[in-house]
Design a protein. Structure first.
Length: 96
């Protein structure tokens, strides 16, 4: 599971066009720590894992390989806007 976690962190970092150093700065850890996570040599603490999930807008379950579903951060949206997002997702699901 650790290899999968490292690969997910690396993939999400690259999708965000972040270097290891940039991600480390955002996450509050050393760049060598990010390298260790990505290479599978080290596990993040619970706090860092939660922070990474927030940075990448995914669940901790997703990072750990327990949940294949990505989440959408709607915390800064009004309820009306959240309802629009939910409706859009439902419409897209119905097209499949």
């Amino acid at each position: 599971m650790i290899i999968e976690l490292g690969l997910k962190i690396k993939s999400l970092r690259i999708k965000r066009n972040l270097t290891q150093k940039q991600l480390a700065c955002i996450a509050g850890v050393a760049a060598s720590t990010i390298y260790s996570y990505e290479s599978g040599n080290r596990y993040p603490s619970y706090g860092v894992l939660i922070n990474l999930a927030r940075i990448f807008h995914v669940s901790t379950d997703y990072l750990l390989g327990l949940d294949r579903i990505k989440t959408i951060d709607v915390s800064n949206l009004k309820q009306e806007e959240i309802n629009v997002v939910i409706h859009m997702i439902d419409v897209l699901k119905d097209k499949k």
